[in-house]
Design a protein around this ligand. Sequence first.
Ligand SMILES: CCCC/C=C/CC(=O)SCCNC(=O)CCNC(=O)[C@H](O)C(C)(C)COP(=O)(O)OP(=O)(O)OC[C@H]1O[C@@H](n2cnc3c(N)ncnc32)[C@H](O)[C@@H]1OP(=O)(O)O
Length: 391
Amino acid sequence: MAAVTWRVVRRWCPSLPQVFRFPVAQVHLGRPKMRASQQDFENAVNQVKLLKKDPGNQVKLQLYALYKQATDGPCNVSKPGVFDLVNKAKWEAWNALGSLPKETARQNYVDLVSSLSPSSEASNQGKSGADVKVQESKDIVVTSEDGITKIMFNRPPKKNAITFQMYQDIILALKNASTDNSAITVFTGAGDYYCSGNDLTNFTSASGGMEKAAEGGAVLLREFVNSFIDFPKPLVAVVNGPAVGISVTLLGLFDAVYASDKATFHTPFSHLGQSPEACSSYTFPKIMGSAKATEMLLFGKKLTAREACAQGLVTEVFPDSTFKKEIWTRLKAYAKLPPNSMRISKQLIRKNEKEKLHAVNAEECSTLKERWLSEECINAIMSFLSRKSKL
Ligand SMILES: CCCC/C=C/CC(=O)SCCNC(=O)CCNC(=O)[C@H](O)C(C)(C)COP(=O)(O)OP(=O)(O)OC[C@H]1O[C@@H](n2cnc3c(N)ncnc32)[C@H](O)[C@@H]1OP(=O)(O)O
């Protein structure tokens, strides 16, 4: 899926690196524009193959798009399916170049490759992470500031429900955050909700029928949850409002959870004909004991922030009026702690659990794949979509 390595891709397509989304406007070209000859272009293509350091998915995406535009012209192939993550991302990057002339694409490719020379790689490494928007995505906004990478659900009109695209964007954001120069990574939500969980239209709107959607959904979910299990730095949730479904279950994989007193925690899986995910069938009983976990995961009991704190799911609750101010002040202080020490301590805490968590994730995903095709689940989703039911 998305985690194809640089080496694998070079083998797969020597001059066309694996890529992800990166808006054209953000390419910073290293020198003034001159007309690049075909020879310059071919030299640049060869230079890419010799790069010692992986330039990162965003740059690889841009290289791919510019190469295709320079050689084939505007994107002329149909968009790959929703679960063909890598090819879809490549298609989107190429398609985003619109009608950019071949010569300009060739020039931009040459300039981009030249900006990847060892000297410019070295000069990029010293950059501070001050207030940088690090990933372009409509519904997931990623910023980096004061040693904190913030990943924000940003779909307030839909209560931040998570689309298939958002799952993919989060996987990419976590991958980037694991190696950026921030000390901690924080999830939060825009608007009044933290997140209303899985977008219930994900399965009904996917092309290729429910079975294919369930199959692809299970693969995507497994990779998504794996990226939380394996995340190497302190992972903090700033729960600004109600949280539903997978946005709650994931909290068992976070290192700290801070909540506004307006937040609630709800996992209505039985109401939806579904079963728990994000390792919550293992983490929740461990955190709160099996009786309390049963009330949440089987009976769908909604907890207030204070109840969730008493059960150990939430670290601390703050009055909503001062929540943001207090929490960001505190997190900025935490982000100044020695990052390597925090990473190593987290590793020690997580190490003995990892294998178990991966096994639980795999089993939960295959169970869910069956559930999504069950009559109970399909009826529940249809009922929500036809507005007969709400939580
Ligand atoms: C591939 C991986 C799969 C992983 C699986 C995970 C399992 C889960 O996450 S299960 C949890 C799924 N979530 C829900 O069941 C929540 C459904 N939403 C609601 O019950 C309510 O919308 C609400 C209680 C969250 C909010 O109610 P409220 O009255 O305040 O606002 P609404 O008018 O209902 O919502 C505004 C707007 O947002 C749309 N929306 C909200 N949540 C979802 C959602 N989860 N999926 C799709 N759409 C959602 C809602 O339909 C409204 O849209 P319109 O304005 O267009 O009608």
